[in-house]
Design a protein around this ligand. Structure first.
Ligand SMILES: *Cc1c(COP(=O)(O)O)cnc(C)c1O
Length: 378
């Protein structure tokens, strides 16, 4: 099965009983048992729900893993994955991870003695140097948010395996349509499904896929014990979103490459960050491990003032956090998504006040370019 076919025919198709071509929304909490413990595979919807299961089977198949898990948000998914570890364990993470990931590691999970070290994982030497006797995993986000840095998943995963560490990849930006970390030897792949997988700015969700049975059992135990599950209605919305992931990603890519070409030539744009640019320092790795470069672009207009001016002028780019939806979104990471990262650390990372991030939507590329053009005028 090829990719777009799998997005539509993967997982559980429709409903056997009625012939309905989509999986019904099983809005139910509990299930009748024939006798104590004798049931049809479902007992209670925190443990398992048929609509959620259909989604979990679908993401499992499209990421090429052993089991899938759906959570109430990307952060719930990330937190559950980190709960696979014990107090005293250490995790090495990408330095410009999603702000919420940084926050949960340094303000919440640290209280349970999960240690973390943040390094620029785009250089594997930094990962190697961060290794400690209690290190249990490497957690990478690639491409990163908002600087679109790329980490070589296969190289890190191979090294990690040799050290007995798990490799966890946040695949939100690339989506399984362009990149499958498990096929590159990662152990766990996770998503904020709120973004491209849902694709329509109407659901908050997180998905995880693991590559072995033991991890599957352990994560199901955490999911069922801590309870951060996705409800049936949202599971159904995600299944619906995933069906069109292929066509959406192709179109996001096309629009993005045209916008990048425009920005790259513009005199008022100081720098463009996009892995599809040949001048991007990790362009070759991006090309090797993913089949597309994605719809996220960041560019620097030089100052917070210039950024504010541009934001005030754009018509088709909605000022909002989040990304990956049909409508184009624009944000200033330093003041929005990455505000939870301390100011000095943001400077260190290159997340300047003039840095603008756009999530290119599915409007006509001509309209988007005209809009940016008028907004960039002095
Ligand atoms: C949004 C996001 C998250 C968090 O997901 P939520 O669904 O908002 O909880 C994690 N990682 C990345 C890369 C994200 O963009």
């Amino acid at each position: 099965m090829r990719k777009k076919t799998q997005l539509i025919h993967g997982g559980i198709m429709g409903d056997e009983q009625t012939g309905a071509v989509t999986v019904p929304i099983y809005q139910v909490s509990t299930y009748k048992q024939e006798a104590v413990g004798k049931h049809k595979g479902y007992e209670y919807s925190r443990t398992g729900n048929p609509t959620r299961f259909a989604l979990e089977e679908l993401i499992k198949e499209i990421e090429g893993g052993v089991a899938g898990f759906a959570f109430g948000s990307g952060m719930a998914a990330i937190t559950a994955v980190i709960m696979l570890f014990d107090a005293g364990d250490h995790v090495i993470l990408t330095d410009d991870v999603y702000g919420g990931t940084y926050r949960v590691m340094t303000k919440v999970l640290n209280r349970f003695k999960i240690e973390s070290t943040f390094v620029d994982t785009s250089d594997i030497e930094n990962v190697k140097n961060a290794l400690k006797p209690n290190t249990k995993a490497v957690y990478i986000e690639t491409p990163t948010n908002p600087l679109l840095k790329i980490t070589d998943i296969e190289a890190v995963a191979k090294w990690a395996k040799d050290q007995g560490l798990l490799t966890i990849v946040d695949n939100t930006f690339s989506t399984p349509y362009w990149q499958n970390p498990i096929r590159l030897d990662a152990d766990i792949v996770l998503h904020s499904a709120t973004k491209y997988l849902g694709g329509h700015s109407d659901v908050v969700a997180g998905l995880v896929v693991v590559n072995d049975q033991k991890l599957a059992e352990d994560l199901h135990f955490v999911q069922n014990s801590t309870g951060g599950i996705l409800g049936p209605q949202d599971s159904w919305l995600l299944i619906r979103g995933i069906k069109t992931l292929g066509v959406r990603m192709e179109e996001h890519e096309e629009n993005t490459s045209r916008i990048v070409a425009f920005l790259n030539e513009h005199p008022n744009v100081k720098k463009v960050y996009y892995p599809g640019l040949e001048t991007h320092p990790h362009h070759d790795i991006a090309k090797k491990q993913a089949t597309g470069f994605g719809g996220m672009v960041s560019f620097d207009v030089g100052s917070g003032e210039k950024a504010d001016q541009l934001l005030a002028k754009v018509k088709y780019f909605t000022l909002a956090e989040s990304l990956g939806a049909v409508e184009s979104l624009i944000s200033v990471p330093a003041k929005m998504t990455h505000a939870s990262i301390p100011a000095d650390r943001r400077q260190e990372l290159g997340i300047t006040d003039g840095l603008i991030r756009i999530s290119v939507g599915l409007e006509d590329a001509e309209d988007l370019i005209e809009d940016l053009k008028q907004a960039l005028e002095d």
